[in-house]
Design a protein around this ligand. Sequence first.
Ligand SMILES: O=C(O)C(=O)C[C@H](O)C(=O)CO
Ligand SMILES: [Zn+2]
Length: 276
Amino acid sequence: MKVIHSVHPDDFKIYQTELIRERFLLENLVQPNRINCVYTHYDRVIAGVAHPVTQPLTLNTYDNLKAEYFLERREIGIINVAGDGEVTADGIVYKLNKLDCLYIGKGVKQVTFSAANVAEPPVFYLLSTPAHKNYPTSLMTINDAEKVNAGGDDTANKRTINKYIHKAGIASCQLVMGLTILHTGSVWNTMPPHVHDRRMEAYFYFDIPAGQKVFHLMGEETQSRHILIDNYNAVISPPWSMHSGAGTSNYSFIWGMGGENLDYTDMDAIKIENIR
Ligand SMILES: O=C(O)C(=O)C[C@H](O)C(=O)CO
Ligand SMILES: [Zn+2]
């Protein structure tokens, strides 16, 4: 499993394009009949994708965890961003259609992923954090996710934020997870931006139309940098970094966090006029 180490904000100031991409961008996660995971030293979050097509896939442990099974001391959030699929947790089958979310708690030994239809296979985005106790496995469909409508047409940031795993939603030890859908004609996510030193964050961009890209914005407020994002890329946002983005079209993204608290609204806002 690839390992991503933490970066100090002072060191980040001299980073050029290639080094920014190497240290923060997760590419090539979606491969047929494979689970690809990346271990980060940001709150020990593991991000990855399971893409079962013609065969079921099992979430095995990795040597990095020194654990008998993946969820021995971890919890995981799973969101499907493509065709219909199934996730089985210790023999119980959960159907996940596009944009449905499954939380699986610490102590579940066997997790498998499968496609409902080979012609339109699922893409399961995975985000896992260390966990100290078991919370029940819980499925939440996109319809049941708590919704916040934010932004406006006049500022090209009209979007719907869907919350699944958070203080008032699915219970977890430290994982917070949901997804944001940009409305047609809107391109800016998370603008005005924020930081939350108490939690790292990872974004997974999807439904970026062919030929379009997202400029993901990161860095301290007076040291902004960007990374060009393709469909199904994930990007790590360190606790000191703002995270925002503008697309050449509308798109969607999954956000997920690990750290001190489960309060989605715990953010330190940045004024647009202060960004440099
Ligand atoms: O569009 C938004 O605004 C977001 O989706 C914000 C993220 O959810 C976030 O950064 C949560 O901390
Ligand atoms: Zn955030």
